[in-house]
Design a protein around this ligand. Structure first.
Ligand code: ZN
Length: 193
């Protein structure tokens, strides 16, 4: 009986760990208490290992936490800060190995930044086109990458509601770049010489 109880205890500890942010993730999210987060750079060895890792999915329980709200606020502040001035950012770039990206929606009025949870590209359509890309984690560099011009994106919003969207043009390119980050892929891996 004691063995069963012990097994059940560790089972529930294991389950609950997977559903919430870890204490290490919490430390990163609340680090310095400011707005702009430190962006991981391939120029740094430990950052580079992190940038090459696969991200875990976000759970419904996680999106209801203060950690999630703070991560969302700080990722948006980071990508829009004058020093970065990016069009997209993925959670691993700020040291959080979770499937979260923020993308500037150039396909919408006012080009707002939006937040996407567990995003997946379900379908790529049309021919690939070559275009210029840069990355906050690859400083002082730009390259040419071939990307699809139309994608079908599956994701969840900040309320964890599921969506399926067809996205075209430059915004579709940003999504492909950011979603690559979630499996440790950088644009330099796909660069055309
Ligand atoms: Zn990037």
């Amino acid at each position: 009986m004691r063995r069963i109880i012990t097994t059940l205890f560790f089972f529930f500890v294991f389950i609950s760990c997977g559903r919430s942010f870890t204490s290490k993730e919490r430390d990163v999210i609340f680090q310095d208490g400011g707005d702009v987060m430190q962006v991981m750079s391939i120029a740094n060895r430990s950052d580079s290992l992190l940038l090459r890792s696969r991200c875990l999915p976000v759970t419904e329980q996680m999106v209801k936490t203060n950690e999630f709200s703070e991560l969302r606020r700080r990722m948006l502040a980071t990508v829009q800060s004058p020093e970065h001035d990016g069009v997209g950012i993925a959670a691993p770039q700020v040291g959080i190995l979770r499937q979260i990206v923020a993308v500037q929606r150039f396909d919408k009025d006012g080009a707002p930044f939006e937040f996407f949870i567990n995003p997946k590209i379900k379908t790529c359509m049309g021919a690939k086109q070559l275009g210029g890309e840069g990355c906050l984690s690859v400083p002082n560099r730009r390259g040419e990458v071939e990307r699809f011009q139309k994608i079908v994106l599956q994701y969840r919003d900040a309320e964890f509601t599921p969506h399926l969207d067809t996205i075209e043009g430059f915004t579709a390119v940003i999504f492909q770049h950011e979603i690559d980050h979630l499996r440790g892929v950088l644009y330099i891996d796909k660069e055309q010489n």
